[in-house]
Design a protein around this ligand. Structure first.
Ligand code: I22
Length: 428
C-alpha cells in the first residue's frame, strides 16, 4: 500500500552498494572531535559563513578559531547538532570539526531544494524503480553516509552521541502499527548503529514509540509541543525499555524533540489578539518557559526507583532535544531559543541561522535550570490569560503533521513527474 511500508526490495548489505564507507569514516576521523587541532584534509564546503570562517586554514592546516560549540559540549554537556542534512554529505565535515555532534534531517526539504540528487535519481528510474522507492534510496544513502561521519563520536561516547535521525513517512503520523513496521524497516535498511528513527509524538504514535523501543531500535521522538504530551513520550520510552527483554539496554537510546520557536509564534498571535498590556507583555517568553518546565519533568522522571532499576541494565536517559530553534520574529534576539536552554544531557539542533548566531555571540552558561520559578510564573500567567497549553500543543501538532505530509506529498508528485519525463526521454 502506497504510503505505508515503503517498497525497497531488501536491506542492502553493509559492504555493498554505493556507500563509500571507508573514505567517509577516514575523513571523519581526520576531523576527530577529541583532537585539539583539526586537520582539514577534505575540503568540505561550509554552507554557514561562520563555520567557514572558523574553519579557515592557517598555513599549517589547523582550524583557526575554536568555536563556542566545543565549549557548549565540554563545559555544559549540551550536544550541538546541525538541523540540516543534504548533499554533498561531506559538507558536514567542517561542522563536525567545529563542534557539531549529530544531525537531524528533513529529507523532503533537502531533496526538493537541490539538484545534487538528480544523478542518483536518474539511475534509479533507469533501473526500474518507482518514485517512492527512489525517494527512499536517496534518503537512505544520505543517512548512511552521515552515520559514517558521526561514527567516531558515537564510538567515543559509547553510543551516547553522534546520531543521525531520519523520519518514517509522515503519511503514517496517525497510524500506530504502520509506524512500527516502517520504523523496523527503516532501521533494518539503514543498518547503522547510530541512526535514530524519527517518529512523531502524535496520540496514535505514542504506543508505536513503546513498541519500537521494545524492539531495541533507537528513536528520535519528534513534534512535541506540550508538557502533557512530553510526559506520555517519556512513559512510552520507559515502558519500551522495560518491555524489551534485553539484558543490556545501553544501545537503545532516544531523544525527545521539543519544538520551541513555533510555540512562541502561535502564542504571540493569541496574545496579540487579546491585546491588553498584560497579554502583550509576555510575548516571546512562552516557548522558553515551557521548555524549562519540560526539563524539570525530565529531571523528575529520570530519577527514582523505576529509573534506577533500568540504569542497572545500562539504560541511558532519553535526552531532551530542542528543535525549531531558529528565531522567526526578527524583533527577537537571534539566540533566543539556544542561550536560555543550555544544560547537561540535552541536545540543541540548530539550522545555519541559529548556529551562526550562537557561534558568533551566544553565551555558554548553564541556563536550563536557572529562573525556573519565573518560568512557572509565566506558564501560569498565560493560563490565566486564557492560553490552554494542551490546545496549543494540539494545534501545533496538527499544523506540523500537515506541513510534513504536505511537503512529502508534493515532493513525491514532483518525483513522479520527473521520473515519467526521464522514462519518456529514454523510451523506457
Ligand atoms: O528532526 C527534527 C526534530 O526532531 C528537526 O529536524 C525538526 O524537524 C526541525 O527542527 C524543525 O522542523 C524546524 O522547525 P522550524 O524552524 O521550521 O519551526
Amino acid at each position: 500500500m502506497a504510503g505505508t511500508v515503503p517498497k525497497l526490495a531488501a536491506p542492502r548489505p553493509a559492504a555493498a552498494g554505493p556507500l563509500p564507507s571507508q573514505p567517509l569514516r577516514a575523513a571523519a576521523l581526520a576531523f576527530a572531535p577529541s583532537a585539539r587541532r583539526f586537520r582539514v584534509s577534505l575540503a568540505g564546503r561550509a554552507r554557514s559563513p561562520v563555520i567557514a570562517m572558523a574553519s579557515a586554514k592557517e598555513g599549517n592546516g589547523a582550524v583557526t578559531k575554536r568555536t563556542t560549540l566545543h565549549d557548549l559540549y565540554e563545559q555544559q554537556g549540551q550536544s550541538p547538532w546541525y538541523d540540516n542534512l543534504c548533499r554533498p554529505v561531506t559538507d558536514l565535515l567542517p561542522y563536525i570539526a567545529n563542534g557539531v555532534r549529530g544531525v537531524t534531517s528533513n529529507p523532503t526539504k533537502a531533496i526538493s531544494s537541490s539538484n545534487a540528487y538528480d544523478g542518483q535519481f536518474k539511475e534509479l528510474i533507469s533501473a526500474g524503480k518507482d518514485a517512492e522507492s527512489a525517494y527512499w534510496e536517496l534518503v537512505i544513502k544520505d543517512i548512511q553516509d552521515a552515520c559514517k561521519l558521526f561514527e567516531p563520536i558515537y564510538d567515543e561516547t559509547d553510543g551516547a552521541d553522534g546520531y543521525v535521525s531520519v523520519e518514517v513517512s509522515p503519511r503514517l503520523a496517525n497510524d500506530t502499527q504502520g509506524t512500527v513496521e516502517a520504523a523496523k524497516w527503516l532501521h533494518k535498511v539503514v543498518n547503522r548503529p547510530n541512526v535514530y528513527i524519527k517518529i512523531p509524538a502524535t496520540a496514535e504514535c505514542v504506543p508505536s514509540i513503546k513498541e519500537v523501543i521494545a524492539n531495541g531500535i533507537s528513536v528520535n521522538v519528534t513534534l512535541i509541543f506540550s508538557v502533557a504530551r512530553y510526559e506520555a513520550v517519556i512513559d512510552a520510552y520507559l515502558d519500551g525499555l522495560e518491555a524489551s527483554g534485553l539484558s543490556d539496554l545501553s544501545r537503545v537510546t532516544s531523544v525527545a524533540s521539543f519544538f520551541v520557536s513555533r510555540v512562541d509564534s502561535l502564542i504571540d498571535k493569541m496574545l496579540e489578539k487579546i491585546g491588553t498590556p498584560e497579554a502583550l507583555a509576555p510575548r516571546g517568553k512562552a516557548a522558553v518557559a515551557q521548555a524549562k518546565i519540560a526539563n524539570q519533568l525530565y529531571l523528575k522522571k529520570f530519577s527514582g526507583p523505576r529509573w534506577e532499576a533500568l540504569v542497572k541494565k545500562g539504560a541511558k536517559k532519553q535526552r531532551l532535544l530542542w528543535a525549531s530553534t531558529s528565531v522567526k520574529n526578527p524583533a527577537y534576539l537571534d539566540t533566543l531559543y539556544v542561550d536560555p536552554l543550555i544544560g547537561p544531557d540535552t541536545v540543541s539542533t540548530m539550522p545555519d541561522q541559529a548556529l551562526d548566531a550562537f557561534i558568533d555571540h551566544g553565551t555558554v552558561a548553564r541556563t536550563i535550570d536557572a529562573n525556573v520559578s519565573e518560568a512557572e510564573g509565566i506558564y501560569s500567567a498565560l493560563e490565566k490569560l486564557g492560553i490552554d497549553w494542551e490546545e496549543v500543543g494540539k494545534q501545533l501538532e496538527h499544523e506540523g503533521v500537515s506541513s510534513f505530509k504536505g511537503s512529502f506529498d508534493s515532493l513525491l508528485t514532483s518525483l513522479e513527474e520527473k521520473g515519467n519525463a526521464l522514462k519518456t526521454a529514454a523510451n523506457l
